[in-house]
Design a protein around this ligand. Structure first.
Ligand code: PMP
Ligand code: GLN
Length: 383
């Protein structure tokens, strides 16, 4: 994380977005949409600013948003959560992850099990907490964990299993038997499940199933989501965490000293979003599925092999068939060779796990159709 000279390394997303800006390449690296989300949501933020919702909101979040989050959990998943004690608004999913991990683990005697590759902040926060990261590999092209390897990762020191479903960077949606095994092992080892479900409304094949809905899971699960992906408002940084009151209280105890509270006028706007019609929620998954297909076809026509993304913003492609042996080098050259930026999967892996992903590259599909088509025709130059 921190270099010998005390410098803090930029995240892979900052580095690759800077490369896209410098070279004028199409940025299929960092996952953010290039179009605004629903007008009602944007308008509600403007209206809140005009109405004077501009000072510190309550620490847990504005009551209307807490209620909207609770309603959303019931409407989509049948989960009953108490808005007053079982919901906490955070600065995006990122702060929810940080506050939850800092609340639950302390030092190297505590272990956090995580699937690898993983979203980059997971390893950083576990490092900041002082705990030990224990990885369970996901392998090309299905990216489902081997259940024996999952079992072997748990020890008497396991405090947390951190799951991300749908999964960034692989696009995997975990099979029911994987989810069930996570819950069984968490019980067996008295561990807390932290589940990052920021892509909950972007599952392509079947409605998303939160781990918290599995029998016996709720009492030991913290479920994290964010308005960023669902409403294309990644810059607003309004996220939330739901779960049993004692766990939420522990997260709040940390959160209050990280950010204290979060963006007041964005909170009623995200509440409006969470109450949009079923049709809206269906349409965002349908739109992204179509974009995934355009990107996938473009990648295959350019000579990559692709895995099938079942949810979320990303598709993983193997650049091996194009002669690449090191995806990081390949991604550094890609803007110059083809005018496209992407991210090597090794950026989401530990030093010891990296080799497994040596030739794999993550491409973002959350861009305008015209941009994806342009990227596809540029990538054809690699042939
Ligand atoms: N978790 C995952 C899996 C993500 O992909 C992202 C980033 N988009 C985040 C967390 C962070 O979300 P937020 O922007 O709400 O902090
Ligand atoms: N979640 C997005 C990604 O994985 C962006 C994250 C970020 O910029 N920190 O690309």
């Amino acid at each position: 994380l921190i270099g010998a000279d005390g410098s803090i390394r930029p995240t892979i997303f900052a580095e690759m977005s800077a490369l896209a800006a410098k070279t004028g390449a199409i940025n299929l690296g960092q996952g953010f949409p290039d179009e605004d989300g629903p007008g009602e949501v944007l308008e509600a933020a403007r209206a809140a600013i005009s109405a004077g919702v501009n000072q510190y909101p309550p620490g847990r979040g504005l009551p209307d948003l807490l209620t909207a989050i609770a309603e959303h959990q019931q409407r989509f998943y049948g989960l009953i959560v108490d808005p007053g004690s079982e919901v906490l608004v955070t600065a995006g999913a990122t702060e929810a992850l940080a506050a939850a991990l800092l609340a639950l683990v302390d030092d190297e005697d505590d272990e956090v099990v995580v699937f690898e590759p993983y979203y980059d902040s997971y390893a950083a926060i576990v490092a900041l907490s002082g705990a030990r990261l224990v990885t369970v590999p996901l392998s090309w092209p299905e990216f489902q964990p081997d259940l024996d390897e999952l079992r072997a990762a748990f020890t008497e020191r396991t405090r947390v299993i951190l799951v991300n479903d749908p999964h960034n960077p692989t696009g995997a949606v975990f099979a029911p038997e994987v989810q069930a095994e996570v819950v069984r092992l968490a019980h067996l080892h008295d561990a807390v499940i932290i589940t990052d479900e920021v892509y909950e409304h972007l599952a392509f094949d079947a409605p998303h199933v939160p781990i918290a809905t599995l029998p016996g899971a709720y009492e030991r699960t913290l479920t994290i989501s964010s308005g960023g992906k669902t409403f294309s408002t990644t810059g607003w940084k309004i996220g939330w965490i739901t779960g049993p009151a004692p766990l939420i209280d522990a997260v709040l105890a940390v959160k209050q000293f990280l950010t204290y509270v979060n963006g007041a006028p964005f909170q009623p706007a995200i509440a409006v979003g969470l109450r949009l019609s079923d049709e809206f929620f269906r349409s965002i998954a349908d739109t992204l599925r179509a974009k995934r297909d355009i990107l996938g076809a473009g990648l295959r026509a350019a000579g990559f092999e692709t895995s099938v993304s079942s949810g979320g913003y990303f598709t993983v492609a193997d650049a091996g068939p194009l002669g690449a042996s090191d995806a990081a080098d390949f991604c550094r050259e890609l803007p110059h060779r083809a005018g496209v930026v992407a991210i090597p999967l090794t950026a989401f892996a530990s030093t010891s796990g990296r080799d497994r992903y040596a030739t794999l590259v993550r491409f973002a599909a959350c861009k305008k159709v015209g941009v994806l088509e342009d990227a596809a025709s540029r990538l054809a130059a690699l042939r």
